[in-house]
Design a protein around this ligand. Sequence first.
Ligand SMILES: [Zn+2]
Length: 676
Amino acid sequence: MTNPLLAPWTTPFGLPPFARIADDDYAPAVDQALADARAAIKTITDTADAPSFANTIEALEMSDALLGHVLGAFYSVSGADATLAREALMREFSPKLAAFGSEVTMNAALFARIETLWQNRDSLDLTDEQARVLLLTRRSFVRSGALLEGADRDRLAAVQQRLATLGTQFTQNLLADERDWFMALAEADLDGLPDFVRAGARAAGAERGQSGPVITLSRSLIVPFLQFSPRRDLRRKAFEAWVARGANGGDTDNRAIATEILALRAERATLLGYDSFAAYKLETEMAETPEAVRDLLMAVWTPARAMAEADAQVLTGMLHGDGINGDLEPWDWRYYAEKRRKAEHDLDEAELKPYLQLDRMIDAAFACATRLFGLSFAPVDAPLYHADCRAWEVSRDGRHIALFVGDYFARPTKRSGAWCSAMRSQQKLEGDIRPIVVNVCNFAKPEAGQPALLSYDDARTLFHEFGHALHQMLSDVTYQSISGTSVARDFVELPSQLYEHWLEVPDVLEEFATHAETGAPMPRDMLDRLLAAKNFGQGFATVEYVASALVDLGFHETAAPDDIMARQTEILDGLGMPRAITMRHATPHFAHVFAGDGYSSGYYSYMWSEVMDADAFAAFDEAGDAFDPDTARALEANILSVGGSEDPKALYTRFRGRLPGVEALLKGRGLATVEG
Ligand SMILES: [Zn+2]
């Protein structure tokens, strides 16, 4: 029998034929697709014709078409329905795919053709989009070491390999520290904790074979414990263990590993001809340079620190009011901040929840897209990978735009978090290919017959992921490598974070936040309280985040330090870090930066995107209408439809007439008023 992944797909919308695919089909299909891709690349390098954009770059774009199909299907199921068998397949595929990737970028004959095109680029009569694809293709080869020869080439390979090993070790040490530590509690120690924390502590105790409740280092348990426990001694013990992760001495200590990682990264940057690792990393980002990142972070740091210091005084007053002398400590902050939040903005989740029905919030996300971009959504019955998935055909003026799949409920085989992926990306090189886009969330599944209800954070997540989906669905470019969300890391969160703003438009909540039983709209006073509570605690949140981002940047901007912890202290002292706030992620457990390369000298990018989304939404405010048609058209024309076809600074400038400023972000976070 033929492998259904390899036979032509005759399913509606060109979906993978999930009903006929067995797990055993994936590995042979991946092998076949890799063989096809290798053959296609050999055809490129074997041709006697002089290199042209068509016979080299376009041929390379199309070389892994089958691999894209097969992996599009596989990654959908392996992320959202990861059985043990599929996890084993992931472990099998990742080294194979990595090996294939480096085989391509180290293919000297292929690179020689690309380099010839690059040198002659001005005489090739390329469209702007083609010129961009050529630039990005060549750059990714160069950044992988294609220009290196001999000993340098070997050394780079050795450095990469060592970095991969160290990254894995860093993660595993962290997991070991998190797994091993717990604090046993007596029943009386649960006093003052809300039901969900008591239940969590009991469940954690049972999981660890203890007779009573325990607090572990899991963020979802320790943070609420620090918020609610009136026992200062226990808060301190838990907090100190939490911030010591990866720095407990012995086999699982990450400090020497982090030092070695920084040294190897600096060496890699030097081999590739960059001044520093930060310069290497930021070359492909919208920020472009370490200086631009520092300027942004400092513009936010100064007012955030001022607000945090003012908050610290209020909280210290509350501490003294409890009869405790001395300073506010890091293990006190969350506890007193929670008391203050409750006094100033009491918002009962249980009271709010019936107004936030999943189906109504999906309708709200769609309705905003209809008003902004003229899109229509019609539910369709399509064969998908899980019974909980739903699909809609997206169209505009009768023209098919995309298939949108929503996979909203948590299940044990789904990894945590929420994400947007494309089972198929938009492109025109191989025909007018429209995308298949999936939003995956982890909302609690209701009992049969009950409506699914969301928290406000859940509703925001739904809008966020739908913003990524629009970036994929409205894409209108020729080449897949730059389509949809294939943009710089510090640009990719712009459409998603921007879309969250429409959830906060009072019209939208008034229409779609209706009570699950009575159908009544959310009372105005609840709506006001909900929107007012949003900025509470922003001084603290901004300081702990920006401190981490500035340490990340500082580490990668200069020569690697001999003593990484001393360097961390030096950077924080230089900033005037408030004494009762610690970094959101201290170095020995800063997995974003040390577990892999993804966010190294890139932790700033969340804030960078937030600056842009606040500034971009302000364009609608300035037009006096959250659904202003001209502004929506400009957003689609310059950002949502063009993927990575141009430099992000140019795209943003075309949308807004200028680059983003931090003012809208400071205002949005409630920080504007404290700037000294
Ligand atoms: Zn996102």
